[in-house]
Design a protein around this ligand. Structure first.
Ligand SMILES: NC(=O)C1=CN([C@@H]2O[C@H](COP(=O)(O)OP(=O)(O)OC[C@H]3O[C@@H](n4cnc5c(N)ncnc54)[C@H](O)[C@@H]3O)[C@@H](O)[C@H]2O)[C@@H](O)CC1
Ligand SMILES: Nc1ncnc2c1ncn2[C@@H]1O[C@H](COP(=O)(O)OP(=O)(O)O)[C@@H](O)[C@H]1O
Length: 482
């Protein structure tokens, strides 16, 4: 599990460690850690390193690292871009042979521009976790001036990124981000993660706060969470999932959701739907049984439209929602919920569906993303899994649980039907007894890894992902680090 802590908690933890240490000790450790990473990344003697220095402690870390790198014979230029800078760090860098230029306002001069265009490594020490989202006015064009071939290494976070990870804005794009002691939300949430690159957490001895705000399951977590049957289990004790999905229009959605639930290893799947998807399922997934019956959880809505709903599907779905059983609502099923249920509920919208759901419920949609998912989760007292390149699983605030953020899928997974497959896996895990938070995040992880396993490095079709789920679960249970 990777855990990220709020900016306020990180600051408090750093302050208390600073009080325990001699002055400058934490910055010295950070600079040494950063230097080690850069030395590992430098390709050749004489590589040109440009260090962008802001006015905060982050710039101080970068200046001391610049001095260490110059001492190690790198060719280092520091560009001071803030109103001020860490004077001890600047003195250290100058005396170790670092060249220094300034770009504090307006246009950069030609020396700065050519250094950026020719750099092999750029260290971004402009803003840290105290930074506001967006780049200062004079640095707006900075990302365009950095050589495409330069290895961009951000200190703590790519400057311009929202430290809380909620707002997307102009920022540096890093190949790697070196942060200290612990991850922060900016490193894991969808609004900013794309700018972070490889995340490298360097321990500088700060004690971790008690409660994270964001968590990420790793492959090693699958073994502890995935429901594995024992000798006393039978198909009923392992969990029966009821699926209300597909209709005359989207027959395939039923096949994808049911196939994924079956390959995820559920005890049994009951399918409820009209003749077209039912006939297709009888031939494609003979393991499924048909018609209403006792279940441990329901997956409702993939490929389903409320306007033209099959009457039996509608009444079974409504009864499921009124029951005390766990329910996952996907796609058209999201139209069924208006108020909190008294049972575990997982909603799996993509961004478009989340916006529509919020509008229907009268929830302000401004900003979208994780903040909107949180408002919907609070309104409905349900867990909201917001699909995307980074999938976030957001429980209601008063549950007091960290949200989960998963980034396990190749972009090839952005393909029709992939969401139906995910809904089937979520349903199987809810029927297996997992909470909506565990079921949603674990399903997102396995779904993403299965997409990669189905055709490593290349395009996938949703049905191949559905068929791959069982093999991927086996692999993760037995060789999680592979
Ligand atoms: N073979 C099948 O039977 C398939 C059935 N499917 C079903 O088709 C139905 C319609 O699903 P759609 O999602 O296409 O249509 P929707 O009409 O629900 O959503 C698409 C709309 O949302 C907008 N949007 C905004 N952000 C988006 C995002 N991140 N991802 C996707 N759309 C976004 C799009 O621009 C578009 O206007 C669902 O019930 C789904 O389960 C699909 O899964 C495709 C395959
Ligand atoms: N760029 C991306 N990289 C990785 N995964 C993605 C990306 N875009 C979408 N996905 C994943 O693909 C799936 C698409 O689901 P959805 O939008 O519901 O499609 P559909 O309705 O066609 O099934 C989701 O699991 C989502 O997280």
């Amino acid at each position: 599990m990777i855990r990220a802590y709020s900016v306020a908690d990180v600051r408090a933890a750093e302050a208390s460690e600073t009080d325990r240490q001699p002055q400058g000790e934490l910055m010295a450790r950070a600079a040494t850690g950063l230097t080690d990473v850069v030395l590992n990344r430098l390709g050749h003697d004489g590589d040109r390193v440009v260090v962008l220095v802001g006015s905060g402690d982050n710039g101080g870390d970068a200046l001391y690292a610049a001095g260490h790198l110059a001492q190690a014979d790198a060719n280092v230029l520091a560009v001071l871009v803030g109103r001020s800078q860490h004077e001890g760090g600047l003195e250290y860098a100058r005396t170790r042979g670092v060249s220094v230029l300034e770009w504090r306002a307006g246009e950069a001069d030609s020396q700065v521009l050519s250094a950026l265009a020719e750099a092999d490594v750029v260290i971004d020490g402009i803003a840290g976790i105290g930074g506001r989202p967006g780049l200062p006015e004079h640095l707006r064009e900075l990302p365009d001036h950095i050589a495409d071939t330069a290895y961009v290494l951000a200190v703590d976070l790519p400057s311009g990124c929202d430290p809380a990870g909620l707002v997307t804005g102009p920022s540096i794009y890093a190949d790697e981000t070196v942060t200290f002691s612990m991850a922060k939300p900016v490193h894991l949430l969808p609004a900013t993660e794309y700018a972070v690159g490889l995340l490298n957490v360097v321990d500088i001895g700060v004690r971790l706060p008690k409660v994270p705000v964001v968590e990420r399951l790793t492959r090693e977590d699958v073994l502890g969470l995935w429901p594995v049957p024992g000798p006393h289990d039978d198909k009923y004790s392992r969990g029966v999932l009821g699926v209300v999905a597909g209709g005359e229009t989207y027959t395939g959605a039923a096949v994808m959701a049911v196939t994924a639930a079956v390959t995820a290893g559920i005890g049994m799947v009951r399918y409820v739907g009209p003749p077209a998807p039912t006939d297709l399922l009888r031939s494609r997934v003979p393991e499924a049984v048909f018609g209403d019956g006792r279940c441990q959880a329901w997956a409702i809505g993939s490929g389903w439209e409320m306007d033209s709903a099959d009457p039996q599907q509608l009444s079974v779905a409504r009864a499921a929602l009124a029951s005390s059983l766990p329910v996952v609502l996907d796609a058209g099923g999201l139209d069924l919920i208006d108020e909190p249920r008294d049972a575990p509920t997982l909603l799996t919208p993509h961004a478009g569906e989340l916006g529509r759901l919020a509008e229907r419920l009268g929830i302000p949609t401004g900003g979208g993303g994780v903040a909107l998912a949180q408002r919907v989760a609070d309104h409905l007292q349900a867990t909201v899994l917001l699909k995307g390149a980074v999938t976030t699983v957001v429980p209601p605030s008063d549950a007091g649980l960290p949200l989960r953020s998963q980034a396990d899928a190749p972009a090839w997974l952005a393909t029709a039907g992939a969401g139906d497959v995910l809904a089937g896996i979520c349903g199987a895990l809810l029927a297996g007894g997992l909470s909506p938070l565990d079921a949603g995040s674990l399903a997102a992880l396995v779904h993403g890894v299965a997409a990669e396993d189905a055709n490593p490095g290349g395009p996938v079709r949703a049905m191949d992902v559905a068929h791959q789920v069982g093999g991927t679960v086996a692999r993760l249970l037995h060789t999680p680090t592979a």
